[in-house]
Design a protein around this ligand. Structure first.
Ligand code: HEC
Ligand code: HEC
Length: 398
């Protein structure tokens, strides 16, 4: 019985192969009759390549703790009224962020240089572009990009808005090497995009302006608020801010000391620039990396020597994961960063006043070995472990 079934199966198999061969032969010699292929349902086009939830993830209304919704923190947010974050907009942005089709030879996506596991930065000094070339500076984290009140982007702040910024790597000759018309044509040919643009913008028209809007929505949705620092801070009143030496119950003695060093002007004095609960400043600063300008930074952008050596004050949230540090990636570890502020601040003519003594000389924090270690321990309490695995910010491609 079994044997017979096998024979039948075998025979049907042979027949099938024979038919297939015949078909192939026919196809190769005769123009095939047009076979009506069923137009895939829009959802099929998306599901074929992407793992997206049926209902979009929540990007627009994340449950931020109370101390991050106070007026002075809300005032830091650089979202323009014309491009609020929506769940479908950020979903499209997420797909674009991870899509290698955004580069000329389909080898590089935004995420190639902004890796989720590395706090959305790149663990190398300079990143490789689509053709193997190197970027001019160290890759930056995109975490909490929404919180920078002057709204400018890049180390030297050459992008006036995030909406301007998001199209720049795509057209950068080292990074992704595309032109905007070529980008639009390319995305129009990918079956999943019309559906995603429709959901995000109400119709399926693909324009570079919409690409910029969606990418910006995704970037602004990457907000960190689940670190051990947040756990402690959430348990305390929103305002006024607790004093620098208020111990946090979930911190070790060393971490509490590090917090005090960070917040106290006469100790680390870090909060003078990396201030408030977002650990950033309202604007660019010169933190004394060099006595003589090596990279003009904001000075070149504004064509003003009085701004030379000024750079964006990046957030310190998740800084444990974003080594190497500074615009040129010169420091490999947080210990090296702390040593810079403790003993290595250089007297650049534009050194920011927060790092000067009343007599004008550079202010070295002169921390003890124990306080340096405590400061590093505190910086690590700002690590939000959920960011590295949060599926909302992960690669959606199958
Ligand atoms: C080849 C590597 C590379 C690729 C690809 C890349 N970036 Fe970047 N990104 C960088 C580097 C390097 C910087 C810092 C450059 C500078 O300041 O001069 C940066 C800076 C940024 C910033 C500025 C953050 C801030 O706080 O100012 C944002 C936002 C950003 N990138 C988003 C993106 C997006 C969106 C894409 C995809 C469209 C992308 N990047 C593609 C390397 C890359
Ligand atoms: C005068 C303002 C100022 C003060 C005070 C200050 N910083 Fe900074 N910080 C900056 C600026 C500006 C940068 C970016 C500089 C660059 O790359 O050229 C920076 C960068 C950093 C970075 C690297 C971030 C990254 O993503 O690469 C760390 C870490 C850091 N600071 C920690 C501290 C600590 C710890 C203190 C206190 C001991 C401190 N800062 C005090 C302005 C300041």
């Amino acid at each position: 019985m079994l044997a017979k079934r096998h024979q039948i199966v075998f025979a049907v198999g042979i027949l099938g192969i024979a038919v297939l061969v015949a078909c192939n032969k026919e196809n190769s010699t005769v123009t095939p009759a047009p076979t009506p292929t069923p137009t895939p349902l829009p959802n099929d086009a998306v599901a074929a390549v992407l793992n997206l939830p049926a209902t979009p993830f929540n990007y627009a209304n994340q449950p931020l703790p109370g101390y991050l919704t106070s007026p002075n923190i809300i005032g830091q947010i650089n979202t323009p009224g014309t491009n609020p974050v929506t769940d479908n907009g950020a979903t499209l942005g997420r797909v674009l962020f991870y899509d290698k089709n955004l580069s000329l030879n389909n080898t590089i996506s935004c995420a190639s240089c902004h890796k989720q596991a590395s706090g959305f930065s790149d663990p190398v000094v300079k990143s490789n572009g689509f053709n193997g070339g190197l970027t001019g500076r160290n890759s930056m984290s995109i975490i909490n990009a929404a919180y920078y009140p002057n709204g400018r982007f890049f180390w030297d702040q050459r992008a006036a808005t995030l909406e301007d910024q998001t199209l720049m790597p795509i057209q950068d000759l080292v990074e992704m090497g595309m032109t905007l018309p070529a980008l639009e044509t390319k995305l129009k040919a990918l079956a999943y995009y019309p559906v995603l643009f429709q959901r995000a913008f109400g119709d399926s028209t693909i324009t570079s302006n919409r690409i910029s809007l969606a990418l910006s929505q995704f970037v602004r949705s990457v907000i960190s608020y689940k670190s051990r620092y947040d756990t402690a801070r959430s348990a305390l009143p929103n305002a006024p801010a607790p004093p620098p030496n208020a111990p946090y119950p979930n911190f070790t003695a060393q971490e509490n000391r590090g917090k005090e060093v960070f917040l106290t002007p006469n100790l680390g004095g870090c909060a003078a620039c990396h201030g408030s609960e977002t650990f950033t400043a309202p604007q660019e600063k010169n933190n004394g990396l060099d006595a003589v300008t090596t990279d003009r930074g904001f000075g070149a952008v504004t064509n003003n020597v009085n701004r030379d050596g000024e750079f964006k004050v990046t957030t310190l949230r998740n800084v444990e994961l974003t080594a190497p540090y500074m615009h040129d990636g010169r420091f490999a570890t947080l210990e090296e960063v702390v040593e810079h502020y403790s003993s290595g601040v250089r007297n650049h003519p534009n050194l920011s006043p927060q790092l000067r003594l009343p007599n004008g000389l550079p202010r070295q924090a002169n921390l003890s070995a124990a306080d340096k270690a405590a400061l590093v321990a505190f910086l690590k309490t700002l690590t939000d472990r959920t960011m590295a695995t949060d599926v909302r910010f992960s690669n959606p491609f199958k």
